[in-house]
Design a protein around this ligand. Structure first.
Ligand code: TTP
Ligand code: MG
Length: 364
């Protein structure tokens, strides 16, 4: 098909756990859970991720570790080492990006690649290139799943289709048939609430959504209906956007496996989020000035709160101090908390990055 793009979405398999296995090969093949050991921490805290061996027992991300241990008595637990995950991510995606014409990071363990030019739009060449990419990742001791499709939205759904170690190629003429049986909540941005509203309308699969009268969707979901309706038909024109300059913000958020009003659990997750966000600054040479949190209650009411420091810094302590203070009033609210996030903004590079910049921009 002339003019069709070819886009990859690559997502690492059980990423944090896979990084741990690189460091501890003796744990390979065992059910490994990244999270605090409930036998040592009075059962607080949640699962960050688990190997596929542990998932066979029903263990999932964001589940309380106590529940995970009940499901999988033989599980090994290891506390998160976020510095390791950030370093590993930079290494592996440093190799992954060389397979692309344009590269867009989607977070610590996923990315979009536009490969239209280097494959001349040829789907067989794209499939071979995706296999090579997977080999490059494997040579670093990790596996990933790759979706190959005419756009980002479909590539993202395709990478999730055959996890782990999957390669799913969805050529333009089969996009709608591929999407039709897939549950609507696999569309990025369709969370539990939208999913429930769609279900009431009898929409369970992406095919149901594609067939639903567009005007009714517009009435019910407003501007968002257009995006959802397009994706359901396999249409998404958003470009793979190369990253330039410092990011606007870096953050991390978690949806609890079950809404909770247990303040110790919420505080434990806050500490994990802080631990996970901070190493990204160092790795990328960034300093921040604003610390923000996001809290979503059980009724989906969502709040953000932020506090700016007087000067930019890379220090971790101010993140913890500000985030804990910002969280306090929400813990006193009484409602259960569904989601918690931490975000740093007002970012800039600690010092000019490329030598060419420092040479041509004069003294800094
Ligand atoms: P995911 O890509 O969602 O999960 P995963 O890589 O562990 O497993 P897979 O992709 O094979 O399904 O998230 C990437 C990492 O983000 C994950 O390894 C740990 C972290 N994470 C959390 O800390 N909390 C969460 O609730 C989720 C979903 C992920
Ligand atoms: Mg992943």
């Amino acid at each position: 098909m002339a003019g069709s793009r070819i886009v990859f979405h690559a997502d690492m398999d059980a990423f944090y756990a896979a990084c741990e296995l690189k460091m501890h090969p003796e744990w390979r093949g065992k059910p490994l859970i990244v999270g605090p050991d409930p036998r040592e921490t009075r059962g607080r805290g949640v699962v960050l991720t688990a190997t596929y061996e542990a998932r066979q027992f029903g263990v999932r991300s964001a589940m309380p570790v106590s529940q995970a241990l009940r499901l999988c008595k033989d599980a090994l637990f290891t506390p998160p080492d976020f510095g390791l995950y950030v370093r590993t991510s930079r290494e592996v995606f440093g190799a992954v990006r060389t397979f692309s014409d344009a590269f867009e990071s989607g977070g610590i363990d996923e990315a979009f690649l536009d490969v239209t030019a280097r494959t001349s739009g040829d789907w067989d060449r794209a499939r071979a290139l995706a296999a090579e990419l997977k080999d490059a990742v494997r040579s670093q001791g990790l596996t990933c799943s790759v979706g190959v499709a005419p756009n980002k939205a479909v590539a993202k759904i395709a990478s999730d289709f055959q996890k782990p170690d999957g390669l799913t190629v969805v050529e333009p003429d089969v996009v709608e048939a591929f999407l039709a049986p897939i549950p609507v909540n696999r569309i990025q941005g369709v969370g539990r609430k939208t999913n429930e509203r769609l279900e009431v309308l009898g929409i369970r699969t992406i095919g149901d959504l594609a067939a639903y009268p567009r005007v009714r969707l517009d009435e019910l979901f407003g501007a968002w209906a257009e995006h959802m309706g397009n994706v359901a038909r396999g249409i998404d024109d958003s470009p793979v956007q190369a990253w330039t300059g410092p990011p606007k913000s870096i953050g991390s958020e978690t949806t609890f496996h079950e809404d909770t009003r247990d303040s110790e659990t919420v505080r434990a997750v806050l500490e994990d989020l802080i631990d996970s966000v901070h190493p990204q600054l160092e790795e990328d040479g960034l300093v921040y000035r604003t610390v923000g949190i996001k809290v979503r209650f059980e009724d989906f009411e969502t709040h953000t709160a932020a506090k700016s420091l007087r000067v930019h810094t890379q220090d971790k302590e101010p993140i913890a101090e500000q985030a804990r203070a910002l969280l306090r009033p929400f813990l006193a609210d009484g409602r259960r908390i569904r989601l918690l996030g931490v975000r740093l903004s007002n970012l800039k590079y600690e010092k000019p990055r490329a030598t060419s910049l420092s040479r041509f921009d004069g003294p800094s």
